[in-house]
Design a protein around this ligand. Sequence first.
Ligand SMILES: O=C(O)CCC(=O)C(=O)O
Ligand SMILES: [Fe+2]
Length: 203
Amino acid sequence: MNLDLFSAENDFIKLDMPDADVVYYPELFSRNQSDVLFETLLKTIDWQQDNITVFGKTYPQPRLTALYSNNDQSYSYSNITMYPKPFTKELVLIKEKIEPISQITFTTCLLNLYRNGQDSNGWHSDNEKELGKHPVIGSVSLGEERWLHFKNKKDKNQKHKIKLQHGSLLLMKGKTQEYWLHQIPKTKKVIRPRINITFRVIK
Ligand SMILES: O=C(O)CCC(=O)C(=O)O
Ligand SMILES: [Fe+2]
């Protein structure tokens, strides 16, 4: 598969958020490329469901996850430590497609599988110490569209939301993680699964 065909990386939207740098590329991958990537990742990724501990309470994470990398650095959040597997062929293709746009070389990706509308990702920022001070996070979405919400850490009335489309890239850079939280809320609608791949640098 040649991911350079039909690319639309010149079409992007910069979100109007103070103390943040968030850029959305709605059609980074064509419909057909996105369909193939979704089906392949669904089958080939080693999806797992971890228990998380938040405020002393332990429960199964409301989605499946996986960690892949070109090194052996682990990633820890919410009392979970994940150890990576080597990148698959499709993950390398996606990484090579988003790196020139992101202007960074990623080492690692965390994958999320939201099986239905009850799966979610609670308010957080990607500010783990492994990621460094102003991390660049390249977030690719495949499958069902889901809303991503942002909330300012100091002024909780400052909010933004964006619907993440099949085949899109959302780049979060600069002070975004320092000043903003993000979440993927549940929805009562009956919906199909969604895969999200967040590329990161962990050295
Ligand atoms: O599913 C998404 O779009 C967001 C995932 C996310 O925030 C994360 O994995 O840190
Ligand atoms: Fe996140």
